[in-house]
Design a protein around this ligand. Structure first.
Ligand code: PGA
Length: 255
């Protein structure tokens, strides 16, 4: 199983800055067979970034999607619009969308379905807040997020979903989860998938860890038995650092 390293730029970089980033990044970038790199810039930079990466093996992702095909949804972007821009992956249910924009599990479920209908690869984010962690209900929270997002999906669809375990308290704080906690959460996710589908599907689903991943700690996550990649925010914004992070993951894989 390849590692999937996804960069989530959030609301950062203008078109100009995105192009400059890739001119620098591609120069130093060295493709590693065992690693898929996905970059998720803001919507406004998707076209420009596509042009920069189209001859590399880097894939394009979006940070959000709307659940309807088209219509009166001011400010929203559809699956078809993303496909036309060369987007392959889409982040769904990121904690900033859940907690700042008020997205709920039902909306996330609909987003997941439309992404699958259009053959986009969803990266579904799940994870508990600090308060939920302190109350010892991490497993219940993840189970609820997973169950409502996956409700009614066939096993063949579930297999195409990447799940990013992103504890909310670790995002943008510089306080990454301990690798053993990330492994425990990934194990919980696998168990939930097995209970909902079967062992084969649980084994084939990709699970990423996200939350304060950087070039120094990536090795301790991608070598975990149940974690097959990372979702990176802050540390993906600087081209040389992100290159180092990708290289560090490759070294770990081949070791
Ligand atoms: P971070 O963000 O790496 O800056 O913690 C991760 C994310 O939000 O996906």
């Amino acid at each position: 199983m390849k590692l999937i390293i996804a960069a989530n730029w959030k609301m950062n970089k203008t078109i100009c800055e995105s192009v400059t980033y890739f001119q620098e990044f591609i120069n130093e970038y060295c493709y590693i067979d065992e690693v898929t790199v996905v970059v998720c810039p803001p919507y406004t930079s998707l076209h420009a970034v596509y042009n920069e990466i189209k001859n590399s093996k880097i894939s394009l992702g979006a940070q959000n999607i709307h659940w309807e095909d088209k219509g009166a949804f001011t400010g929203e972007i559809s699956a078809l619009m993303l496909k036309e821009l060369g987007v392959e992956y889409v982040i769904i249910g990121h904690s900033e969308r859940r907690h700042i924009m008020g997205e709920d599990n039902q909306q996330i479920h609909k987003k997941l379905k439309i992404a699958l209908d259009y053959k986009l690869k969803p990266i579904l984010c799940v994870g508990e807040t600090e308060k939920e962690r302190e109350s010892g209900i991490m497993e219940e929270v993840i189970r609820e997020q997973f169950t409502s997002a996956f409700s009614g999906l066939a096993g063949s669809q579930a297999q195409n979903i990447i799940i990013a375990y992103e504890p909310v308290w670790a995002i943008g704080t510089g306080k990454a989860a301990l690798p053993e906690d990330a492994e425990k959460a990934a194990g919980t996710i696998k168990k939930i998938i097995k209970d909902s589908f079967n062992q084969k599907i649980a084994d084939s689903v990709y699970i990423q860890y996200g939350g304060s991943v950087n070039e120094d700690n990536i090795g301790s996550f991608v070598t975990l038995p149940s974690v097959k990649g990372v979702l990176v925010g802050g540390a993906s914004l600087d081209a040389p650092s992100f290159n180092k992070l990708v290289r560090a993951s490759g070294r770990t894989v081949s070791n």
